[in-house]
Write a protein that binds this ligand. Sequence first.
Ligand SMILES: O=P(O)(O)OC[C@H]1O[C@@H](O)[C@H](O)[C@@H](O)[C@@H]1O
Length: 237
Amino acid sequence: MNWDPVTAVLFDLDGVLTPTADVHMRAWETMFTRVLDQQPTPQEPYTDQDYFAYIDGKPRYDGVQSFLDARGIDLPYGQPSDPPELASVCGLGNRKNEIFNEVLAERGIQAYPGSLRLLDALEARGIAMAVVSSSKNAPSVLGAAGIAERFPVVVDGSVASRERLPGKPHPDTFLYAASQLGHEPATSVVVEDAVSGVQAGAAGGFARVIGVDRGAGRSVLRDAGADEVVSDLADLV
Ligand SMILES: O=P(O)(O)OC[C@H]1O[C@@H](O)[C@H](O)[C@@H](O)[C@@H]1O
C-alpha cells in the first residue's frame, strides 16, 4: 500500500484493532438465543450470519432493532435507561452489554499484533490516526488493550449520541473524526471489518476504504464498497 498521499487513517476498533468483535458476537448470540427460545412461535436458531447481516458495526440499539425486524418480532423501543430484564429494544441491548462486559473482564484484551505493527509504521510516518467505533465500550476497550494514548481522536457510540451523528452505515461518524483531526476525507483512509462500516466509508468520499476480513467475507466487503480487502493489518505495512 502506498501511504505517500495519505494524511490520516480512521480505524474501526472491534475486529480491526482488537479481537473484541468476537466478544460482541458471543454476547449477542447468548442474549438472542435466550430471547428466541422464549418466543410464542418457534424461531430459526440465531447464527453468526445474523450477526454479520444485521448487527455487526451498528450502534447497539440499531443492531437489536435490525435483527428483531428481520425476525418479525415487535417490541417497544423503550429508552437507554431500561433495565436489562425489560423486553424492549433498549432492554435487550443493555442485557447484551452486561454479558459483553462479563466476558471481557474474564478474558482481558490484547490488540492484534499485526494491527500494532501498522500503527507503529503509520506513527513513524507522522500520519494522523483516529478510532471510529459504534461501541460505547470503545474507550474502556482501548484502555484495557493499552493503546488509548495512540489516538488523539476517538469517536465512539457516546460521542455519536452526544453530537447527534447517525451511526454506520451512515458516513457521519467517520467525517466527524476526519474533521476533528483536521484532515480532508480525500486524503484519509478508512479501515473496517463490518459491512455497515465499509458502506459508511464508501459513502464518505474517502481516499480509500480498506476491508479487513474477520469473517464477513472478502467478496461481501468488496461488494459493500471496499477498495481492497486484507486478512491482517500487517499486510498494509
Ligand atoms: O453495545 P456497544 O458496546 O455500544 O457496541 C455496539 C456495536 O459496536 C460495534 O463496534 C460492534 O461491531 C458491534 O458488535 C456492537 O454491537
